[in-house]
Write a protein that binds this ligand. Structure first.
Ligand SMILES: Cc1cc2nc3c(=O)[nH]c(=O)nc-3n(C[C@H](O)[C@H](O)[C@H](O)COP(=O)(O)O)c2cc1C
Length: 469
């Protein structure tokens, strides 16, 4: 008997039109109502019908600044990250208007008390019927630290040490109510069983040498059907990979080709196995920016049109901003690798910078061309074509062991995501590559949690958070 084809995990990254493609907000097909709930609801419903496992909202806690600490360029050009709505609040709005799609919220571990993180994410998990995922980030910039009562962002190792403690504490708090502790026994006059609601085992302990005490608990929110949200993470540094291997059930990576992705996936799976996890409980998803259309030619024309809309002066300005370079002396003819080497570490994202460097070296890009590609796709793989052509590529990546799925980013918001859902989703479903219900079934008595949809169950052991069923 032939094995069933491997399913493709699809994560849709939804943002305002200030994402990867620099001219998104000016594009005639970009929606401008992203401050309305309807934008997010329409996007989520389209992704749900198109077969996405989850919609994910990225986040950062500051408007990105240039080398002088000014936010002018970001705001004037509508640069990436100029606007982020609060992901949990936004997804709570979406929860009531959808029924099967997972809802992934980015929440940083570096600032908020674990109790507040646990409470808001577990609330979202309840409101969505167990469809919440948490994209765990540690924040990367001084600008974010300055918005959160600090001065400089802590060194990476320190941030990940804290993240380990925070996630451990958050998951424990989310489990402070045993399943069934909420009785609602009107006849017996008992609301909940206090014997089955617990304080945190290590509540009150000081764990970080700076006086932070672990919350006593219990949480004011009962246990959710899903136990706790699916954990997502995108560590790329050695310490970040160690963190991802420990906690992540979905890991995001940047990789410019199948070989690089396969090596990264093998590394993550190896690290997970080395600490006693089943590596299949860790789904590795590569960030891509597909351009889907009714035909291959129509998709190629869309790409040409996207590039034509970029203003070379603005792309150089954006590049200078991202790499904290001096925009007045930047030379478009310089080899991009030299530029990258001079500004190494400026983005705070090692894996991302490694990917950029590899591509710039392989394709011998000048700074000018690099700036264009950066403003197009951030150099992420861009699958271009009709539904069948893109589905072929996605399946090849998954079947060759390069990844388990994709973080689908949009060029034009939200049109590119909708085009993917319209053209590629049905093709993947026809090939038996998607999980989950064919159509949302609002009245179904037991709708799947996100973790069930992914074929995983929570483990009792913190740090080896799920097992595969
Ligand atoms: C697909 C993808 C999405 C990401 N989304 C966010 C995000 O929303 N917010 C954020 O602060 N970082 C985000 N990151 C960056 C990671 O959290 C992480 O900082 C980065 O991959 C560098 O890893 P390192 O911290 O181990 O060096 C994302 C990374 C990837 C690959």
């Amino acid at each position: 008997m032939r094995d069933a084809p491997r399913s493709v995990t699809l994560v849709g990254m939804a943002t305002p039109p200030t994402g990867q493609y620099a001219a998104s907000w000016m594009h005639p097909e970009a929606r401008s109502d992203w401050l309305d709930a309807t934008y997010w609801i329409d996007t989520a419903r389209a992704l749900e019908v198109g077969g996405f496992d989850l919609m994910f909202l990225p986040d950062a806690l500051a408007v990105p600044e240039d080398r002088e600490g000014s936010f002018e360029t970001t705001l004037e050009t509508g640069g990436k990250g100029a606007v982020y709505l609060d992901p949990v609040v936004t997804l709570a709005t979406v929860a009531g208007a959808t029924s099967t799609i997972g809802l992934g919220a980015t929440v940083s571990t570096s600032f908020a008390p674990p109790y507040l993180i646990a409470r808001s994410l577990l609330t979202l998990d309840h409101l969505s019927g167990g469809r919440c995922a948490w994209n765990i980030v540690t924040s990367t910039t001084d600008a974010e630290a300055r918005n959160m009562g600090g001065e400089r962002i802590a060194p990476k190792a320190e941030r990940y040490d804290r993240a380990d403690r925070v996630v451990d504490e958050v998951v424990e708090l989310m489990r402070s109510w045993e399943p069934g502790a909420l009785l609602l026994d009107a006849d017996g006059g008992r609301f909940a069983d206090p014997c089955r609601v617990h304080r945190a085992a290590r509540g009150g302990e000081t764990t970080d040498g700076r006086g932070h005490r672990r919350a006593m608990g219990p949480l004011t929110v009962p246990r959710s059907r899903q136990d706790h949200p699916v954990l997502m993470q995108a560590g790329a540094s050695d310490r970040g990979l160690e963190f991802a291997a420990r906690w992540a059930e979905i890991a995001f990576i940047w990789a410019e080709d199948r070989e690089t992705a396969a090596a990264a996936r093998a590394d993550l799976r190896h690290r997970a196995a080395a600490i006693g996890r089943d590596p299949d409980g860790l789904r590795v998803c590569v960030g891509v920016q597909p351009i889907a259309a009714a035909s291959d030619e129509a998709a190629r024309m869309l790409v040409r049109d996207l590039e034509d809309r970029l203003d070379p002066e603005l792309t150089m300005r954006a590049l200078a901003r991202i790499f904290h370079a001096d925009a007045t002396v930047i030379d478009p003819a310089e080899p991009a690798t030299e530029f990258l080497d001079r500004h190494r570490g400026a983005t705070g994202a090692e894996g991302f910078e490694r990917m950029l460097r590899r591509r710039c070296e392989r394709e011998r890009l000048t700074v000018g061309r690099f700036a264009t590609l950066q403003s197009m796709t951030q150099l992420a793989p861009q699958f271009v074509g009709a539904g069948a052509s893109i589905a072929d590529e996605l399946c090849e990546w998954v079947d060759s062991g390069a990844c388990d799925g994709f973080v689908v980013t949009a060029a034009v918001h939200n049109a590119s995501l909708l085009a993917f859902a319209e053209h590629v989703g049905p093709e993947l479903r026809r090939r038996g590559r998607l999980r989950g219900a064919r159509r949302p079934e609002p009245d179904h008595p037991h709708r799947e949690t996100l973790r069930e949809r992914l074929g995983m169950v929570p483990s009792e052991t913190p740090g080896a958070i799920s097992r595969v069923v």
